[in-house]
Every structure is written in C-alpha cells, then in structure tokens.
Design a protein around this ligand. Structure first.
Ligand code: ASP
Length: 466
C-alpha cells in the first residue's frame, strides 16, 4: 500500500481535532477533552520547545562558522534584515488599507460608537493619561473597572485578561531603548530558560560564532565540529518527534478549540458574530500575504524556482504546526527541517535566516496589529489622521519585531501601538475572546514569511558559495 505523506496525515489530524472539539462542545465532553486529550498536545509543544532553544543556539553558531568570514555574514545579515523589514512594511500597509476599505469598527451602530467615544473621553480625562502630540505620554491601564466598562468583560474573574494587562503595564513602564538593552543577555543560562528570551540566545550565538571564525582555524575547529554535531543530533530529535505529529496535532487542536468553545458552542458563535468583520478583515489580509504577496516575491526574486504548489506542499508541515501551536518558536525545528530537507536550501542559509526570522519577522502579527488598532479606533468613533497612520506603521513594525514567538505575544505588544497613538491600551481586552484563532492564523503567515525570505536570501547568495 502506498504510504500517506506526512503533510496529509497532519491535515487529517487537524481536521479530526476540529471535529472532535465540535462534538465535545455538543455532547459536553469538554472536561474529558481537557483532561485526557489536550495533555498530549502539551507534551508535543514541550518537546518542540525543549528542542527549539538549543537548536537556535547551535544552528546559528554552525551557520555563522560555515560562512567562514565576517564580511559574508554582514552581507547575508543585511539582506535578511532588509527583507524582513520590507515584508513587514508590506504587511502593515495591507492591514491598514484593508481596514480603511472595510471599516470593520464602523459596523457598530452610530449610537454605540458615540457611547464608546464618551467612555474614551472620560478615560482620557480621568486616567493619568497625558496625550501630547498624538502620543500617550503616561497611560493608566491598571484600572480594572474601566477595562470592564470598556470591554464588557469582568476582569477580576478573568485571570488571563488580568495577566495580559499586567504584562502590558510592565511593558509601558520601560523607556524607548529598553528593547535594545533586552537584546543583550546577562547570562546565557538565564536566556535559555525562557522561550521569550530567544533574541538573547540569538545575540549570544552570533557573537560566539563571530568569535570562533576570528580564531586560528586549528584552535576553533574542535568547537566548530562539536557544535555541528550537536546540531545534527537535535535535528534528528525533531525527525523522531515529528513521527507522532499527526496524533499530537489532533490532540492539540481538539484541546485548543474545545477550550475556546467550552460546553456551549452558541456562546462562541455569538462572540465570533460580534467581532466577525474585524476577524474577516485580518483573515483577508493574511490570505493576501500567503496567496499574492509571497508568490509574487518568490517569482520576482527566485524566478519561481520551486513552483508554488510544490513550495507550499514542502512547507505545509511547518504551516500546520504553526496553526495548531500558535508559536513560531515551537515550530522552528520543523521549519528548519522542511526548508533544508524539502526545499533543499543549504543549512548555511537556513541556520542563519530562520532562527532570526522566527524571533523578529512577524508579518502576520504586524498586519493584525494594524487592523486591530484601526478597528478599535473606529469602534470608539475616533478618526485617525495621516500622522497617526504613519505612527501605526512604525510602531506595528517595531511591536512585531519585539513580540516573542509564543502564543498571544502579538496581543500584548499591541499595547505599544495603541499607546503610541493615544488610544486606551486596555482595549486589548475587547479583542481577547477571539484572539486565539487569529493568533493561530497569523502564526502561519509569520512562519511562511520566514521561509520565503530564506529562499530569496539563498538565491541571492547562490553564486557566492554560501
Ligand atoms: N504567536 C505568534 C508567533 O509565535 C506571535 C503573536 O502574534 O502573538 O509567531
């Protein structure tokens, strides 16, 4: 019998997971799904996270040392960062244009928007907010009553919303250069403990790789060989873990969707209806990225060497995993495997471009942040001006770079964008109920964007013996 390819098995796992969650909401199995099925999904994510951090460390060191000289590293580095910023800019622009075109926040009745506007004005007056030159100089989001009033959600009872708002508050207290300080790890062990510190691991790996290529070859070689061999071992581990992927993805999807639906599918549908146009706008933007922007970039810069169908088939395991895990970092081991094994992009490029992309390049997240900001402004009857749109473009780009590659990071970083244009950062609570599904979808675009850039950088460096 012909073997079913892995990507089909994963799709089947995903579909069964969704069907299971619908059945579990209908027949009241949510408890069982939560207690006995979802844990297998958690095991899978833990395994991938376990692999991801050391893999980033060793793959970047191996990538840098195989480039052999710092000039090549500089060239590939600037191409990579340039492409990442370029694609993020395109994504934000698409997000803004779609929101201006579709007006998702204006679907609310005139009366509701007026009421929202009054609440906003009250908030701006009563909170310690100071808006100067269209910027929120000092914002107070630590006001549970206000958040409840704005979002209609009881914050005291909702630990997740509370935690997100606390994280957002912490973020706002930092100065503008804090991001730069946060890039640099104090301790490599500390950086490796937490997935959200991936950028610090990357900085260390780059510096360590540069140090190795600056040493005399006979001194550096044993360390280079050791890193390369440890890297191979981690990749093998990915291969082994991926054998169980169809089942694990079933468990993960069943758990995530049934948590969303609980035991009442109608309640979920009601929430989706309320935020439907906003969700549709984000999803249209993400679809445009996948089916128009990336194919265009591939054909322009790689002369469509792969063929889209083949390209998407090759990377589909990474896309499905991104969808079910909502984490570019947890998906990274599989992304690396797809790119080197299926697209045949050399490890020298993949090892360097992909870990940086997983952490810094989030096209889907930046698009979503642009739509969310305009949506929230519109539903509060606030007309944004040109300089605010420019500010959204800049801050959404920065916020997506600063978002950790883990679930919900984009929602927390949205605070930065809202604050920058003088909106109430606590409004993230309004988007919270539907955020997971959008998070799953934007993570697919984040991962696809990284892969597309790796293919382009490969093409650009082909003649130069990567
Ligand atoms: N979950 C996204 C990722 O890992 C980040 C976000 O937008 O929340 O790529």
């Amino acid at each position: 019998m012909k073997k079913i390819p892995l990507h089909w098995k994963i799709i089947i796992g995903l579909i069964i997971g969704v069907l299971w969650s619908i059945a579990s909401a209908k027949f009241g199995w949510a408890g069982f799904t939560n207690d006995y099925i979802h844990p297998f999904g958690e095991v899978f994510i833990r395994l991938l996270k376990l692999i991801a951090i050391p893999l980033v460390l060793f793959s970047i060191i191996t990538g840098v040392t195989s480039l052999k000289d710092v000039r090549k590293l500089g060239r590939m580095g600037s191409q990579t960062i340039g492409m990442y910023l370029g694609t993020t800019f395109i994504a934000v622009t698409i997000g803004l244009l779609l929101s201006i075109l579709i007006n998702p926040g204006n679907q609310l009745s005139e009366k509701d928007r007026l009421e929202n506007r009054i609440k906003y004005e009250l908030w701006a007056k009563n909170s310690q907010t100071v808006i100067r030159d269209g910027k929120c100089v000092s914002c107070d989001t630590n006001n549970a009553a206000l958040v409840e009033q704005v979002s209609g959600q009881p914050v005291e009872e909702n630990e997740s919303i509370k935690a997100k708002i606390e994280a957002a508050n912490k973020l706002k207290k930092n100065g503008p250069l804090q991001m730069l300080v946060d890039f640099v790890p104090e301790s490599i062990v500390g950086a490796m403990i937490n997935m959200s510190q991936m950028l610090q691991v990357i900085v260390f790996a780059l510096l360590f790789g540069i140090a190795l290529i600056s040493l005399k070859p006979e001194v550096a070689q044993p360390a280079i060989d050791l890193c390369a061999s440890v890297n191979e071992a981690f990749l093998k581990l990915v291969e082994i873990v991926m054998k169980g992927a169809p089942f694990f993805i079933f468990a993960l999807t069943a758990g995530v969707f049934s948590k969303m639906a609980g035991d009442d599918l109608n309640a979920l549908l009601e929430i989706f209806k309320g935020l439907g146009i906003y969700m549709t706008t984000v999803i249209i933007g993400l679809i445009l990225m996948i089916f128009i922007v990336y194919p265009f970039l591939l054909s322009k810069f790689t002369k469509n060497k792969y063929g889209y169908a083949k390209f998407f088939k090759a990377i589909s395991p990474a896309q499905f995993l991104a969808f079910s895990s909502s984490s570019s970092a947890a998906t990274l081991p599989v992304t690396l495997e797809c790119v080197t094994d299926k697209l045949k992009i050399p490890k020298t490029v993949a090892d360097f471009v992909l870990p940086i992309g997983a952490t810094m390049n989030m096209n889907g997240t930046s698009l979503y942040q642009a739509v969310a900001t305009v949506f929230l402004a519109q539903m509060h009857g606030i007309d944004l001006n040109m300089s605010q749109y420019v500010l959204i473009t800049i801050t959404a780009t920065l916020a997506s770079v600063g978002s950790a590659a883990v679930p919900s990071a984009g929602l927390v970083m949205l605070v930065m964008v809202l604050s920058a244009i003088g909106l109430n950062p606590a409004w993230i609570a309004i988007l919270f109920p539907v955020d997971r599904i959008l998070d799953m979808s934007r993570t697919v675009v984040n991962v696809t964007g990284d892969i597309v850039v790796s293919a382009i950088v490969h093409k650009w460096n082909k003649g130069n013996k990567e």
